[in-house]
Design a protein around this ligand. Sequence first.
Ligand code: GLU
Ligand code: ZN
Length: 280
Amino acid sequence: MAGLITRFAPSPTGPLHLGHAFSALCAWDQAQAARGRFLLRIEDIDRARCKLRFETAILDDLRWLGLDWPTPVMRQSARMPAYAKALGRLDAMGLTYRCTCTRGDIRAALSAPQEGAPVLGPDGPVYPGTCRGAGHDAADAAIRLDMRKAVALAGPPVFVETGPIHPGRHAISAEHMIEAVGDIVLARRDIGTSYHLSVVVDDAAQGITLVTRGADLFDATAIHALLQRLLGLPTPGYHHHRLIRDEAGKRLAKRDDARALARFREDGATPADIRAMFGL
Ligand code: GLU
Ligand code: ZN
């Protein structure tokens, strides 16, 4: 595949752990195999949780693994105008509304007897739509996508997966998007954007042709393909790799410092040892 461009997009909220190292190596190896390019992007929209010391340590770990990338590295905290523009576009299409619900409000609405069992979507419980049609104009509100209108306009999202878990072409029905994904947050009230919006805007801005990331983000891909269609952006290919699990079989969390790559470095592991541990 000529011209392949992939990326690794860490959020510097903790040290690079083994799961992230695996993700970075998967992306790197795919770029190498295709004589393509490997890009890095710092996903630091959540300024309160992201720390420069983590970012510095992550870059150091990646270099130690033998990876390199073009500079300057794209950083999401510098891209707020691009996200605002995309949001404005969706807003002008009549697809957004302001939501003043707290987490507690949403929990309470979902536990109302007529609601049935809450459906778990890619972002947690599917939003019950409380503020849809309420016409809030509070400045400090979250901005949600009206999913029913969005799929009516864009049609069902489609993407092609080349990873080992769900390979093939995926077309997600309007019904699934409405019932099982729902009115996702496009802009958090504290941040002015969201993971979904910024990742879609930035993958396009970086010319990414293959998104490589963990299988935990597979379900979010339908959202991304939909936003790409609404915003007139190309849909890249997707490759979701398996998740590296620890001995207990639970997903590795960044706060679990015992699994930080730095620990393995301190203990004398080589990059080849790390690769071998992953079966790469
Ligand atoms: N920043 C995300 C993370 O650390 C990855 C997002 C993506 O690859 O789409 O999990
Ligand atoms: Zn609301």
